[in-house]
Design a protein around this ligand. Structure first.
Ligand SMILES: [Mn+2]
Length: 454
């Protein structure tokens, strides 16, 4: 695998036809590994003159935010420098000169910015329901399995198993296990095909890490923010709202308030973050868990404008629907105020409308008019409704609205597609919700309506 990746970098420098294997814009572990391993297989089996190159569909600087991917690469001694990221290759220019063909893995609809590349797509490998047809000669493999990596494993093990090396097998193995929640049937993700190929990979390489070990490590790495810079931490799970010429960022941070406030140079970093992105204020919601596994929430309001700061703080302190039960926590800077949030059940989903109403100058009003486009380009209220429904159908005991998964408008922002309460609640429920919610997201972010075959 490593030698293959080094060859890819060289191929990109030369002006020869390239066949790029491209994952989705969220570039989660599944997308990355599916791209790497399928390109590896194609390079080793195809007669084509093109060089097969996996491309990670994010700028290089974004990789650090994917803790699970960073972890697995380093465990397997695959240097990040050997990977090719979207900002390092001009796919549109290649396409214009007729030098590009594309295989899409872990997605099958190109974002609108890439529509021009559609004609270059010769193959699709996805594990979600097809929402867009790719007419022949495009080869389409779409099966509802737990992980796209399962479909790549199948391709390799059925096609040419002898090319499989330990690194490639370990990439596929770890990814399928993470996506299928440690192959636990209760979680509702694993399918017989996922199990079959995990077992086959283990049969080929009996020294692969144990399932629970690799699952625990990847899961932990996914939520670990300790290695991130403050800016990365703020960006990892961010929503924005705007109103009346004011832009507000609301960031969820999986960390204890005190540890967050102790970060070196915090005030300067918050300032730089807001200025660079054009935010007038930042509300950081920290979440950590006490020894009883209950969520502990704090709110941090950073705002250099005293008027706006008072307005935001007043809205939060006075909110009665729901009451946040805030207790001021010590702050050592006038631009920053911190609170302990007594109402630990009020997630960002509940806090967001309070802030939005405050920005629009009608504190106390809980709902925006139905159908008002939220900052995500679709009705926030509608989104919350659907989410609520999804959560309620799946587990009634979650009606009290625990932290919902963060729903991004496009895969671009879906870094945290999972519920931070995962560790505090049964795996079954949380995972089932993620699945449901990602379906909603996919449906919403689809650029074209689903087409049915006649
Ligand atoms: Mn996937």
């Amino acid at each position: 695998m490593e030698r293959f990746l080094q060859g890819c970098r060289a191929a990109v420098q030369e002006s020869r036809p390239l066949h790029v294997v491209l994952g989705n814009e969220a570039c989660d572990l599944d997308s990355m590994v599916s791209a790497l391993t399928l390109a590896f297989y194609l390079e080793n089996t195809s007669e084509s003159k093109a060089a097969f190159v996996p491309v990670l569909n994010i700028p290089r600087s974004e990789l650090a935010l994917r803790g699970d991917s960073v972890f697995l690469l380093s465990e397997l001694n695959i240097p990040e420098s050997s990977l090719i990221f979207r900002d390092e290759i001009d796919l549109h220019a290649l396409h214009q000169t007729g030098q590009l063909s594309l295989t899409l893995v872990d997605h099958h609809i190109l974002p609108s910015s890439d529509t021009a590349l559609e004609k270059a797509v010769t193959e699709v490998l996805d594990h979600r329901p097809l929402e867009q047809q790719h007419p022949p000669p495009c080869r389409v493999t779409a099966e509802l399995v737990g992980s796209c990596a399962t479909l790549v494993a199948e391709r390799i093990l059925q096609g040419k198993p002898e090319i499989l090396d330990w690194q490639t097998a370990a990439l596929l193995h770890g990814t399928i296990i993470l996506d299928c929640v440690n192959m636990a049937p209760e979680a509702g993700k694993v399918t017989p095909k996922d199990s079959k190929y995990v077992a086959q990979l283990e049969a080929h390489f009996p020294d692969l890490p144990s399932r629970s070990n690799i699952f625990e490590s990847l899961q932990k790495a996914k939520f670990d923010v300790s290695g991130l810079t403050t800016e990365q931490m703020l960006r990892k799970d961010l929503k924005t709202i705007s109103g009346d010429g004011t832009m507000l960022a609301i960031s969820a941070i999986y960390m204890d308030l005190e540890i967050f406030l102790q970060r070196s140079n915090l005030m300067a970093e918050l300032d730089i973050f807001c200025q660079a992105q054009g935010y007038d204020a930042l509300v950081a919601m920290t979440i950590n868990f006490n020894p009883h596994n209950e969520p502990v929430r704090h709110l941090v309001v950073f705002c250099p404008s005293m008027d706006l700061q008072s307005m935001i703080c007043e809205a939060l302190e006075c909110s009665r629907c729901p009451p946040l039960n805030l207790t001021p926590a010590p702050s050592h800077h006038p631009n920053l105020r911190a609170y302990f949030q007594g109402n630990a059940l009020a997630s960002r989903k509940k806090v967001l409308p309070i802030l939005r109403d405050a920005l629009w100058g009608h504190p106390g009003a809980m709902k925006t008019p139905s159908g008002t486009p939220g900052p995500e380009g679709c009705s926030q209220e509608q989104m919350d409704d659907e989410l609520g429904k999804a959560i309620n159908t799946l587990i009634p005991e979650m009606c009290r609205d625990d932290e919902e998964p963060v729903l991004p408008p496009t895969p671009m922002n879906s870094l945290v597609d999972e519920c931070p309460l995962d560790r505090g609640l049964p795996k079954l429920s949380a995972e089932a919700i993620f699945e449901k919610c990602s379906q909603i997201t996919i449906a919403r972010s689809s650029t074209s309506p689903p087409q049915k075959k006649k």
